[in-house]
Design a binder for this molecule. Structure first.
Ligand code: NAD
Ligand code: GLY
Length: 369
C-alpha cells in the first residue's frame, strides 16, 4: 500500500492506495468511526459490486452500516438529491464529529462531500473512490459541488475529507469506457507538469486499462502525489498553481455543455478532447510545436479516448462552443484564463486569450482542418 500525505495545516490527511482496502475498512478508518452507526452514500451500480464487501467488513467489526443508495449518474449532483441526502443524514442524527462515507465515483464524492460541508456547518467525511477518475482526481483536494440549471459545479465548497482510501480492486468492476475516461486525468498530470510521467503514460496506457495491477498502482500513486503537491501549495486555487489542474477543462466543459452533460460525452472524454484542443491551440499561438500537439493527441487516442472534435458529429459552430465558456466559473471580471502549454510538462495560465480567436480556432477544428 502507498500512503500519500496531503499536507494542509490543520486539515492534513492521507490518501492510501492499494488492493483490498474496502475489505479492511474498519482497521483503515480507525478512530474516525466513533459510533456504531456508519452512514454510507453510494449509487446502485457501485452497491451492486461493493456493498456486500463494505457491509461485511463493517459488521464484522461491530458497526451498523446505514445505506443511502442513489441513482447512478450526474443527475445525483442536484438540489433535489442533496435535499434527500441532507434529510436522511439529519434523520440518522449524524453529528459534527462523525464521518460520512462516500463510496463511488466523482459524482458520489462531490455530492457527499458537499453534504458533509454544510451539515450542521460541517462534519467529517471519508472518500472511498471506486472509479479511476475519482481515485486520481476528484477524491483528493476537497472540491465538492452540485450542478444547477445554470451549469456544472456552480454550487459547492472546499471541504477536505479526513481520509481517502483508493482500493485498486474496485477498478476490476469498472466498465472499460469509464476506465479510459479516468485515464485522461492520469495523462493530464504528465502533460501539465511532468514530462517523464507523460512518457510513462504513452507506453503504459494499455496495461493500466487491461487491469495490470502494478501499472495501475503506479498510475494512481503518481497522479495522487502530483495532485497532493499542488493542493498543498494552493488549496483554494488562489495563486494559479491549482488552476493548472483545469488543463483541458475549459474546452472540455464547453463540449460537455454542447452534448447536454450526457452519456454522449463522459467528463473524462471531454477533458481528453479538451487537452488535445489546449495543445493544438497552444501550437496555433506559437507556444509549442505542431509535433508536440500531435504527440498529446496520439497519447490520448492510444488510450482509447476521442482525440478530434470533428468526429463527434456536433451540430454547432465554434462560436456556440465559445459561448458556453462565458458561463465558466473561472471567468474573472470578463477574462477567462486558459491553461495552455509551453511544452509537454509545462502548463501555464494564459489570461490574454480572445474568445473570438478561440471560436475561429474551434470552427477549423470542427471541420477537421
Ligand atoms: P461517476 O461517479 O458518475 O461514475 C461513473 C460510472 O461508473 C457511474 O455509472 C457509476 O455508477 C459507475 N461506477 C463507479 N464505480 C464503479 C465500480 N467500481 N464498478 C462499476 N461501476 C462503477 O463518474 P466519475 O467519472 O467517477 O466522476 C465524474 C464527476 O466527478 C463529475 O461530476 C465531475 O464534475 C466530478 N469531478 C470532480 C472533481 C473534484 O475535484 N471534485 C474532479 C474531477 C471530476
Ligand atoms: N480537478 C481540479 C481540481 O481539483 O482542482
Amino acid at each position: 500500500m502507498a500512503v500519500i500525505p496531503v499536507e494542509l495545516a490543520g486539515r492534513a490527511y492521507e490518501v492510501r492506495v492499494g488492493g483490498g482496502l474496502l475489505a479492511d475498512l474498519p482497521a483503515q478508518c480507525g478512530k474516525l468511526l466513533r459510533k456504531q452507526r456508519v452512514p454510507i452514500v453510494t449509487d446502485s451500480n457501485v452497491a451492486a459490486h461493493w456493498r456486500d464487501t463494505v457491509q461485511a467488513a463493517l459488521v464484522s467489526a461491530g458497526f451498523e452500516p446505514r445505506w443511502m443508495v442513489l441513482e447512478p449518474g450526474e443527475g445525483a449532483k442536484s438540489w433535489a438529491v442533496l435535499e434527500k441526502v441532507m434529510d436522511w443524514l439529519l434523520a440518522e442524527e449524524v453529528e459534527r464529529g462523525d464521518h460520512i462515507l462516500a463510496l463511488g465515483g466523482g459524482v458520489i464524492g462531490d455530492l457527499t462531500g458537499f453534504a458533509a460541508a454544510i451539515l450542521k456547518r460541517g462534519c467529517g467525511f471519508i472518500q472511498l473512490p471506486t472509479t479511476l477518475l475519482a481515485q486520481v482526481d476528484s477524491s483528493v483536494g476537497g472540491k465538492t459541488a452540485i450542478n444547477t440549471s445554470a451549469g456544472k459545479n456552480l454550487v459547492g465548497a472546499f471541504h477536505q475529507p479526513s481520509l481517502v482510501l483508493a482500493d485498486l480492486g474496485a477498478l476490476a468492476t469498472l466498465p472499460l469506457r469509464e476506465m479510459c475516461a479516468g485515464y485522461a486525468e492520469v495523462i493530464k498530470y504528465g502533460i501539465l507538469g511532468d514530462t517523464a510521467f507523460f512518457e510513462w503514460c504513452e507506453g503504459h496506457g494499455p496495461a493500466v486499462l487491461a487491469g495490470d495491477a502494478e501499472a495501475q498502482e503506479y498510475a494512481v500513486t503518481e497522479s495522487v502525489k502530483a495532485k497532493a503537491r499542488i493542493v498543498a501549495e494552493d488549496e483554494r486555487e488562489t495563486t494559479g498553481k491549482r488552476a493548472l489542474l483545469n488543463l483541458g477543462h475549459t474546452f472540455g466543459h464547453s463540449l460537455e455543455a454542447q452534448t447536454g452533460f450526457s452519456d454522449r460525452l463522459l467528463h473524462g472524454e471531454g477533458v481528453a478532447l479538451g487537452m488535445v484542443l489546449a495543445a493544438r491551440y497552444s501550437a496555433r499561438r506559437g507556444y509549442i510545436t505542431a509535433a508536440d500537439a500531435d504527440r498529446v493527441a496520439g497519447a490520448i487516442a492510444a488510450a482509447g479516448l476521442p482525440s478530434a472534435i470533428s468526429t463527434l458529429g456536433l451540430n454547432c459552430n465554434g462560436r456556440a462552443l465559445a459561448d458556453h465558456m462565458l458561463h465558466d466559473k473561472k471567468m474573472d471580471a470578463g477574462t477567462l484564463p486558459f491553461v495552455l502549454l509551453h511544452g509537454i510538462g509545462e502548463a501555464f495560465l494564459d489570461k490574454a486569450v480572445s474568445l473570438d480567436d478561440v471560436a475561429a480556432f474551434l470552427d477549423a477544428e470542427l471541420q477537421g482542418s
